[in-house]
Ligand binder design. Structure first.
Ligand code: OVM
Length: 395
């Protein structure tokens, strides 16, 4: 069996994080698995091998952390997530609690109100003609619907986005990006902890529903709080930047926007293609529970392995013309929401948010173009936007 080619590429270098796509060919072409000497971990960037690793949760475990830190050897940044950072059997119990809370059925009742919110926001932006799709739209819309879905207290919601950015930075090394968001994370973490308490959640929300599972004996009170924390950790920065990338894609590929306007039924597919085209969650780690062969390369037991989801989603071995955003493409098998037992639990929220937003845009906007260069907000895990200048003409 082969040894992994040794690469000097640093996936947490600021140049890499600013434009990961510029470095993915080098990662994919070097081999099915590579050794990254910068962090003493393995890396997998080809689609077939990333998908196989995600499917093989017994060898590629999550319980030792899905960031660079190995929880068997290092202190986790925060008490581990009971979903993301666990393996079966615990994972299956917590996941089934959450699957009963985060359902399509429980979203049916909010669709009309979410659409009305999206329309009000888009109407105002359309009147202005020029706006920043990050600060005026992608951050505004999810914050106007998701915290209420969970039933969060009204006071202090400004902590949600900074907490998410700090959490996603903490999956990487203790570099300058980590230090920056970590320095201000303490008040946000304290607010999050109190927002997750039963007494601070509104009846009828998804947070309350998790505590109802505790009342039925399915989890402890402490576990319920930690599970609600998962909603708050994973539910906002992801959808904010997912919506940002969707707008970026449609503004960059105006023929695709025209196609969507002509055939609004394609809106349901647009999010998957935008997640494939520019994956918000670019990377997650696993840890090997035993020695494994990946495409003929040996990875020893107890190794940290970084899975390049964003690279897999543009692997030319899997996708025709991978850099092209194409809403008619068959996106099945993309790993932008993960794959296997840990696949995104809240994806129906992201889908509904993007669907109603696109419905509002299709009805109110004729053309939508970039009005200046998009700016990136660097993060160790997320491909995120700081600013996205847009100019629209109304219908
Ligand atoms: C969690 C969590 C946090 C960040 C991301 C995530 C993408 C989950 O606390 O469970 O999934």
């Amino acid at each position: 069996m082969g040894t992994a080619p040794c690469l000097s590429i640093d996936p947490f270098d600021e140049a890499f994080l600013a434009d990961p796509y510029a470095h993915h060919d080098a990662l994919r072409d070097a081999g099915p698995a590579v050794w990254l000497e910068a962090w003493h971990c393995f890396g997998i960037a080809r689609h077939a091998e990333v998908q196989s690793a995600l499917k093989d949760h017994e060898i590629f475990v999550s319980g030792r952390g899905v960031g660079l830190a190995d929880f068997a050897r290092e202190q986790p940044w925060r008490p581990p997530s009971l979903l993301l950072e666990t393996d079966p059997p615990i994972h299956d119990r917590t996941r089934s609690i959450m699957n009963k809370v985060a359902t399509l059925a429980s979203l049916r009742g909010v669709r009309a109100a979410w659409l009305a919110k999206a329309e009000a926001i888009v109407e105002e932006l359309t009147e202005r003609r020029t706006f920043d799709a990050v600060t005026d739209l992608a951050e505004i819309f999810p914050l106007s619907v998701f915290p209420d879905l969970i039933g969060l207290m009204d006071e202090g919601r400004e902590h949600l986005l900074p907490y998410g950015m700090a959490t996603f930075n903490a999956f990487g090394p203790r570099n300058a990006l980590f230090e920056e968001t970590n320095a201000t994370a303490a008040p946000a973490a304290a607010w999050i902890a109190s927002a997750c308490e039963r007494s601070n959640l509104k009846p009828g929300g998804w947070g309350w529903a998790v505590y109802e599972a505790a009342d039925r004996g399915e989890c402890s009170e402490e576990e319920a709080a930690r599970l609600v924390r998962s909603f708050l950790s994973a539910g906002l920065d992801t959808t904010v930047n997912g919506i940002g990338h969707l707008i970026l894609a449609l503004a960059t590929f105006p023929d695709q926007w025209d196609k969507l306007r002509a055939r609004p039924e394609l809106a349901k597919r647009a999010l998957d293609e935008s997640l494939r085209w520019d994956s918000t969650a670019q990377t997650f780690f696993r840890t090997t529970s035993r020695q494994v062969e990946v495409g003929g390369v040996t990875i020893p037991a107890d190794s940290k392995v970084i899975l390049f989801l964003g690279a897999a989603n543009r692997d030319p071995r899997k996708w025709d013309n991978p850099d092209q955003f194409s809403i008619e493409r068959a996106t099945s098998g993309h790993v932008g929401l993960g794959f296997g037992i840990h696949q995104c639990l809240g994806q129906m929220v992201a889908r509904l948010e993007s669907e109603v937003l696109l419905e509002a845009l299709i009805s109110l906007v004729r053309s939508m173009r970039l009005n200046g260069p998009p700016l990136r907000r660097l993060n160790n895990t997320l491909h995120a936007l700081e600013s996205l200048p847009i100019v629209v003409t109304p219908n």
